[in-house]
Design a binder for this molecule. Structure first.
Ligand SMILES: Cc1cc2nc3c(=O)[nH]c(=O)nc-3n(C[C@H](O)[C@H](O)[C@H](O)COP(=O)(O)OP(=O)(O)OC[C@H]3O[C@@H](n4cnc5c(N)ncnc54)[C@H](O)[C@@H]3O)c2cc1C
Length: 391
């Protein structure tokens, strides 16, 4: 392998980039991370960390750090305002970590990035230039080169790599409102997740560390031409009032509704790349696949991409030759897993939309049968990422 400035350059210091940088450093590689944002953080997005990720991160110590901060959720309830439709028992799955761990995304990022190189912040990577035996990264001072480059730049950085540039992106017309509240909710155990299904749309309520709850409500269909993506803090007081109204109507919990004072709005997109590797350049996380947050697997998919790729890149750098067979297997497994997660998230998204009373009642009857029948463990396994190829 030729002289390059670094073994690996990682573009993007979101959860996926931070994890792969730390995992490669732990294996003795020289890694640099470039991040265009000047500061870390930027609001809470992902909160659920699933069993396969906890298992994959155990050796690095990241799992222990995540669990030290997290609430462990053994049970989810699906209900209407009137009755419980069914129970989703993560604690009955034959897993090493039979629960969903909820923790703010910033805490997950700190846990997975521990031991990795501090990112060079405020540095926008503009282009990657393939020089045959290395890749030059344009944007950072001195245009450093690395033997391998990992693009973990999220949906906003997709244009960096040819293989993710032309991905078909489907934009859903659903708009959601989200708030984190200190109120624990009336009559709900502190470690139980609840999905309230209402003809007006879904309301999800997830336990947060230190007693609060994350509330996510379907709001409305966006008008044609209205663009929605990512998640941002809304300064529209109408959004606060609409989320309060949705919480009160869908759960009957006026106290919880009154506790809402800040709201984020987000839209939903779906995109899965057909390739995640072009020779020495790898694309992982949201840069390679974006799934609806209604289903809570986007960050988890990216973390598994990183955890499973790191040992293969370390082998490549140490031996000087690419472990082609293992890399091809990795790429196939990650793309199939992303497609499965995207389909499940799409299903969750359509289940959570507003609908007419008659259709709603029929859907609820079907759901309560599905959650009570002989296949009742399937939703728990699917939600806990048990269908991921690397689970
Ligand atoms: C409202 C909401 C709720 C969610 N909830 C969940 C959940 O509960 N569970 C779950 O698993 N997922 C959830 N997700 C999805 C999750 O947040 C993302 O999948 C995850 O953040 C993707 O991580 P990433 O590292 O791939 O990309 P990102 O987090 O987008 O990080 C990419 C980084 O790259 C940087 N960057 C981009 N371009 C460049 C460039 N050219 N040069 C340098 N730096 C660059 C960006 O500034 C950014 O910091 C949610 C998403 C939203 C919007």
């Amino acid at each position: 392998m030729s002289a390059a400035d670094h073994d690996v350059i990682v573009v993007g210091a979101g959860p996926t980039g931070l994890l792969i940088a730390a995992e490669l450093t732990r294996r003795g590689l020289d890694v640099a991370v470039f991040e265009r944002r000047a500061t870390a953080g930027g609001g809470s997005r992902a909160i659920g960390v699933h069993a396969p990720v906890l298992a994959a991160l155990e050796a690095s110590g990241a799992t222990e750090r995540i669990l030290a901060e997290a609430v462990r959720i053994p049970l989810g309830l699906a209900r209407t305002r009137e009755r419980v439709l069914g129970e989703v028992h993560f604690d009955r799955l034959p897993l090493r970590f039979p629960f969903v761990a909820t923790v703010p995304q910033a805490a997950t990022e700190a846990a997975v990035g521990a031991g990795g190189p501090p990112p060079s912040r405020g540095v926008h990577v503009e282009a990657l230039v393939d020089e045959g035996d290395r890749v030059r990264v344009m944007g950072p001072a001195g245009a450093p080169a690395a033997s391998l480059v990992v693009v973990a730049a999220g949906s906003g950085g997709r244009s960096l790599a040819t293989l993710s540039r032309d991905m078909a992106v489907h934009t859903y017309r659903d708009r959601y409102l989200m708030a984190d509240v200190a109120d624990a909710g009336a009559d709900v155990p502190a470690d139980v997740a609840v999905v309230h299904l209402d003809a007006g749309g879904v309301l999800e309520s997830f336990p947060l560390p230190r007693g609060g709850r994350r509330l996510v409500a379907w709001d409305r269909f966006t008008a044609r031409g209205e663009t929605m993506s990512g998640g941002w803090l809304s300064d529209d007081l109408g959004d606060v009032a609409r989320l309060q109204e949705a919480v009160a109507r869908r759960t009957g919990d006026e106290g919880m509704a009154a506790a809402i004072d800040r709201v984020s709005a987000f839209g939903v997109r779906r995109a899965v790349a057909n390739r995640m590797r072009a020779d020495r350049v790898f694309v992982i996380g949201d840069a390679a696949h974006e799934v609806s947050p209604i289903g809570g697997q986007g960050m988890n998919l990216g973390l598994l991409d990183a955890a499973k790729l790191a040992p293969l890149l370390a082998t490549w750098v140490r031996s000087g030759s690419a472990p082609e067979h293992e890399l091809a297997r990795w790429e196939r497994a990650r793309i199939r897993s992303a497609r499965t997660a995207a389909r499940l998230a799409g299903l969750n998204t359509s289940l959570g939309r507003s609908r007419g009373d008659l259709t709603h009642r029929a859907a609820m009857r079907f759901l309560s049968l599905a959650l009570a029948g002989p296949f009742a463990a399937v939703p728990a396994r699917a939600y806990a990422m048990g269908l991921d190829r690397d689970a």
